[in-house]
Design a protein around this ligand. Sequence first.
Ligand code: F6P
Length: 319
Amino acid sequence: MKKIALLTSGGDAPGMNAHIRAIVRTCLARGIEPVGVFNGFQGLMDGNYVSMNRKSTINLIDQGGTILKTSRSEEFRSKEGRQKAFENLCKYDIDGLITCGGDGTFHGAHALSNEFGVKVVGTPGTIDNDLFGTYYTIGYDTAINTATEAIDRIRDTADSHGRVFIIEVMGRHAGHIAIDVGISCGAEYIMVPEKADDILDLQKKIEMMGDHTRTIIIVGEGGQYGGANELAVRLKINFGIDAKTTILGHIQRGGSPTVKDRVLASHLGMASVDALLSGKTDVMVGRIYHEITYTPLVETWEKKKNIQDYLFNLADILA
Ligand code: F6P
């Protein structure tokens, strides 16, 4: 291989820049030209490619976001769009492609490999941590730390006023952020999309806490009762319970990556280049404990990364 292209796609995640740095520097160490593609798959189709060097990655390891930018491209969902991308990959003599993102990104990468034989390796970059085949995804650790810090502040107010607070965290259809953040904040109640909840159970919990006692409820996106606002309305209408709401939103995606995310991004950066060099394709490079793992892209979304049951039990006992 002489040229490896890299792109970031889908929602940005803290650590993507550290990852780009690691890919570029590994390529250079192996005598390969790294080519950055701007705006994810959209840039792949638009021919938005740039040759990268050591200088392009200076002072990058601590930066949030992604210098290569990102997008969720509609055009790439069509075969015509992917054909365009393939033609550009040929035009620029790209021998292998590394795509960092979540399951949407991996669907796209798999299609490129499947339809056109592009040598492609996916790396897990999403705050949601919802990919099978890796213990953590790049960005997850920073997101849960950011959310925890924000909720610690809310707890001060909740505690001082004895209020019920419902705090909504991201995760799309996965409750990994909710469960970990709930445990780390000592939340009284955690709701995740993977588990059916009973609103009467929640009501009981709030009433058990008693008046003038703070109650922190963490709600993951995509749950059966909707988000924080919908849940607050339900509690008011059904039980006359007043609850304040906070939607943490995109603050969870920003900021300087934690040590864990920088280290993970670095490991996976080197491993992804080496995976391509050793002939691997159509796989995600992940990490489980200290081992680098290779999971067929299809399995990363078809197999489910479940939240272990004991975590619910732990949260419940400690609440
Ligand atoms: O996949 C990451 C994520 O932040 C999800 O948690 C969330 O549902 C979604 O992206 C939001 O996407 P967007 O920034 O495009 O609105």
